[in-house]
Write a protein that binds this ligand. Structure first.
Ligand code: SF4
Ligand code: SF4
Length: 440
């Protein structure tokens, strides 16, 4: 596997969680307790998965959904990372696989919470750009915060826009019904400073992937839920009166609609209602291969790989996409194959469970195990939800995943060998080369 500069500069380990830590600053070569670098990295990996699971559990609990079995696992997993408890690398790999399974439970729980609360998404067209009038931009992943804001702004003549990962909110009947949820602006999370500076609207950050604001808009930005930003007012209990007052105090915007209209909201039911047609098209060779292209996008230059990859795919392929990695490709007009869109947006990173359930349903439809399906996952990762999802996929035995834009820094040679030997993980290289490898 090709190495990156980032990997070559990676440190062996870093741990400063107990009083024995080397020189009172940190164990960086080997633990004073005897912990070896591979164990330290696997321990970090487990903590990253736990963080990812926690994000899903947080949003599920907001809507009144909990799962004591996952909570019990989290206690066990956290405890295993305590000083002088577990020095066994193999058991940390096992715990990571178990955490991947728990993450599947957590994602299912959250999806159930969303569907029970807001209905199952339906495909919807979402206009980009600006509508005339005052507005509020909502960023993050928090549907409950968005729902409360929509209720509190109803009939006030204030337009509400989704930014980035909030785009799939438009597909939920319980949110779509609010006519002043007008459209979507911006792309992946890292364009916030540019977009929020550009449009003089109030801004509400509802979850992770919130950036420390620039001075020019921090007085019109607000946080809620787990988010806190320096010099930004925080709102508890979903009482968004200060956001609304701020929006009212700002000038009206002139209409400036974008050229792109996104389609989002493809739920499992919608896809599986097309099962007969999909089977016919695959059997007749009109659909040759499915790709899942998406994940957590990052500003690393190599991110352009995903767009190029999608553009270079032959026309007899279907692309499923999700999470903010979709913004690399969701403006592409890829057409359809006899009515089946070639680009299908399944939703947020929180909706990764939909992709897993569709893969399982296709496996049943074609009577083959998932690894024998004409399906390849080409994923990007940035943060800890992506790590959790990766281990969920590995826990299902899914092999041959293409991962980018860089190999995670917690992967050293020993861990890489496990990932390659057991799961045939590949690091993305060049789009043409990888496509040729997948579709010889
Ligand atoms: S737990 Fe071990 S590796 Fe970590 S700081 Fe203590 S002695 Fe060092
Ligand atoms: S997909 Fe990942 S990187 Fe993108 S906004 Fe969601 S959590 Fe953040």
């Amino acid at each position: 596997m090709e190495k990156t500069d980032c990997r070559q500069k990676s440190i062996d380990m870093f741990c400063y969680q107990c009083s024995q830590t080397a020189n009172g600053t940190g164990c960086t070569v080997r633990g004073v307790c005897g912990k070896v670098p591979t164990v330290a990295k696997l321990l970090d990996n487990l903590i990253f998965i736990i963080k990812g699971i926690s994000a899903y559990l947080y949003h599920a609990r907001e809507l009144g959904f909990t799962d004591p079995e996952i909570d019990g696992f989290l206690e066990k997993a956290f405890y295993s990372t305590f000083t002088n408890v577990n020095f066994d690398a193999g058991s940390y790999v096992q715990l990571a696989v178990e955490a991947g399974q728990m993450n599947i439970r957590a994602m299912k729980l959250l999806k159930k919470a969303y569907i029970d609360t807001y209905g199952e998404p339906i495909p919807v067209k979402v206009q980009t750009g600006i509508f005339k009038g005052r507005g509020i931009i909502v960023t993050g992943h928090g549907l409950k915060a968005l729902e409360h804001l929509l209720k509190q702004t109803e009939g006030m003549g204030i337009n509400v826009y989704t930014h980035s990962e909030m785009l799939p909110a438009h597909g939920y009947p319980g949110l779509k019904k609010y006519k002043h949820l007008v459209g979507n602006i911006g792309k992946a999370w890292f364009d916030q400073k540019k977009i929020f500076s550009q449009y003089p609207m109030a801004i509400l950050a509802t979850s992770n992937c919130a950036l420390i604001p620039k001075d020019d808009y921090k007085d019109r930005m607000f946080t809620t839920g787990p988010v806190r930003l320096p010099d930004v007012k925080h709102i508890d209990n979903y009482d968004f009166a200060p956001v609304i007052e701020k929006a009212k105090s700002l000038p009206e915007l002139e209409e400036s609609k974008g050229d792109v209209v996104f389609t989002t909201g493809f739920s499992k039911s919608v896809i599986m209602s097309l099962a007969g047609k999909i089977k016919e098209l695959v059997t007749s060779g009109k659909i040759r291969h499915f790709f899942l292209i998406g994940g957590c996008d990052s500003p690393i230059g190599k991110g352009e790989y995903y767009r190029e990859f999608a553009q270079k795919l032959p026309k007899d392929t279907i692309i499923l996409t999700l999470a903010c990695g979709k913004y690399r490709i969701n403006d592409l007009d890829l057409g359809d194959i006899e009515g089946i869109p070639r680009l299908i947006d399944l939703g947020q990173c929180n909706d990764s469970i939909v992709a897993i359930e569709i893969a399982a349903a296709l496996s049943e439809l074609f009577g083959v195990e998932i690894n024998k399906l004409p399906l390849t996952l080409v994923l990007s990762w940035t943060e800890q939800k992506a790590v959790a999802i990766l281990w969920s996929l590995l826990s299902l035995g899914i092999k041959g995943i293409y991962l980018g834009p860089i190999l995670p820094a917690w992967v050293n040679e020993d861990i890489l060998k496990v990932l390659q030997d057991n799961y045939d993980i590949k690091l993305i290289s060049e789009p043409e080369k990888d496509i040729k490898e997948i579709l010889p």
